[in-house]
Design a protein around this ligand. Sequence first.
Ligand SMILES: [Mg+2]
Length: 362
Amino acid sequence: MGSYANDRSCQHDDRRSLEKTKEPVLPLKLMPLHAANGWLHDMRLSSPTTAPLMNNGSSSGSSDPIYRAWTKKYPSALNAFDQIVAHGKGKKIALFLDYDGTLSPIVDEPDNAVMSDQMREVVRNAALHLPTAIISGRSRDKVFDFVKLTELCYAGSHGMDILGPVGERDSVPEHRSPISSNKKQGKEAKIFQAAPEFLPMIDEVFRLLIDKTDAIDGVKVENNKFCVSVHYRNVVEKEWQLVAQCTNDVLKLYPRLRLTHGRKVLEVRPAIDWNKGKAVEFLLDSLGLGSCRNVLPIYIGDDRTDEDAFKVLRDDKRGLGILVSSVPKESHALYSLMDPSEVMDFLKRLVMSKEEEASRNK
Ligand SMILES: [Mg+2]
């Protein structure tokens, strides 16, 4: 990997853009090579383009011996369905779902990541039978615009912005108390924001990143309210280094922000002790299920940021994570599904099995 003494550099005068900020303006330096290589390594690691092609031209997945071997460690949640249902027998299942890559396919243009009507109906039906929440890196409003269902809870910005259920708030610690109520998305519900003081800073970083990455073809900067996403899905790989450099140039001006890697996206977010795992714990508390032992939380997601939730459920030994991936990767999840269509099949079967269990118990 070459140094950052690139013949193209990040555009625009940073001093001009930062004049009005309260953050200290530090001199922009080239990113150290080891740090650059670390970022690029992480960008490649978290960005499997598509399933690798087999010798016969077919894509990886169930026909790939490497994938099949991987599913011995992370069994398909469809093949292991009876085992999962047995684990949840007599328990209330709480469902936590990531959005992009889990309920909708990953697409080149993030604004086009719509879910199918069929998937919407399946999720709606699941939410009518089971407490259900969607936890996404997108802003809460944006993910609601995609999903358009009022029957479930929404956590946007990696769980930093939660529209929770009504009531059952007594068990929620004081510092996690809701800040306001919201009637926009149906019945009245409480909003919890983990770090509202970061809003102006995130807006500022959003504008700066748009400015700095303006000259990079294919880059898309998205304001997700409590985090800024820099998508490089449509950027040629030789320019990823430049995307990393521009993002790093901005990030180092804001010591209270940090970076995480998603699937072909860099995400700048508050450096606070909050993530999708904490959001799951918060939502379980809010739903009045936090201290119940007869609850089985199931979290389905495809992203590295979903690992925090998988880990919480695994460490607590009270729930299970299902990783959505068509390529082998290490995970804290216990099970796997290949793609959103398998997620849909799993959700249908899960609801059906709970309906059958309920009718048997009548
Ligand atoms: Mg995802």
